[in-house]
Design a protein around this ligand. Structure first.
Ligand code: NI
Length: 189
């Protein structure tokens, strides 16, 4: 099932997500649906709050970056309760987008290397180090679980310049080739 994706401005994107148990009802189905929703929208990552569920669950498909990054080539998975507990290495800019912000792409500066703890859907615990593209996607998706989005990394000036664009996203005055849920209802004309 393809879920509508929640647009910027919805309070669920500002909330701190709750822990999710591997025993969560129909978890396998939910993960499958999140992958389907992400793929339908040509995304490389999707966090549960983006389908309106304030839970610490993300799906990632880094394989489109495979030609440039061998680790990304093999990285397609669902992560429960991911927590980035260390970031290090150089800061590098990458032009990020987000399925909750159709049409918006901005350079975001983040550390190159992360250490992350998470669980597999079967409950197996992991503690791993990633860099480059996989780190970047995980940083972006983990932000969603903490009520943050990529525009929060922009300077206040840049954010102010984007205000109208952001307002339009909240109002649904954007073109997305996937179904979305907008927080601000359009006025009747
Ligand atoms: Ni996003």
């Amino acid at each position: 099932m393809i879920y509508p994706i929640v647009a910027y401005g919805d309070p669920v994107l500002r909330r701190q997500a709750a822990e999710i148990s591997p025993q969560y009802p129909e978890l396998a189905r939910l993960i499958e649906d999140m992958f389907e929703t992400m793929e339908h929208a040509s995304g490389v990552g999707l966090a549960a709050p983006q389908i309106g569920l304030s839970l610490k669950l993300i799906v990632v498909d880094a394989t489109p970056f495979g030609p440039e990054d061998p680790v990304a080539a093999g990285f397609k998975k669902a992560l429960l309760n991911p927590e980035i507990y260390q970031e290090e290495g150089e800061l590098w800019d990458f032009n990020e987008g987000c399925l909750s912000f159709p049409g918006l792409h901005e350079d975001v500066s983040r550390h190159a290397v992360i250490r992350i703890r998470y669980q597999d859907p079967d409950g197996t615990a992991h503690d791993e180090t990633y860099d480059r593209y996989v780190a970047r996607i995980l940083q972006h998706e983990c932000d969603h679980l903490n009520g943050k989005t990529f525009v929060d990394h922009l300077s206040p000036l840049r954010k102010a310049l984007l205000k109208r664009k952001l307002d339009n996203i909240s109002k649904g005055a954007v073109d997305a080739d996937y179904r979305m849920r907008f927080p601000v209802k359009p006025k009747h004309r």
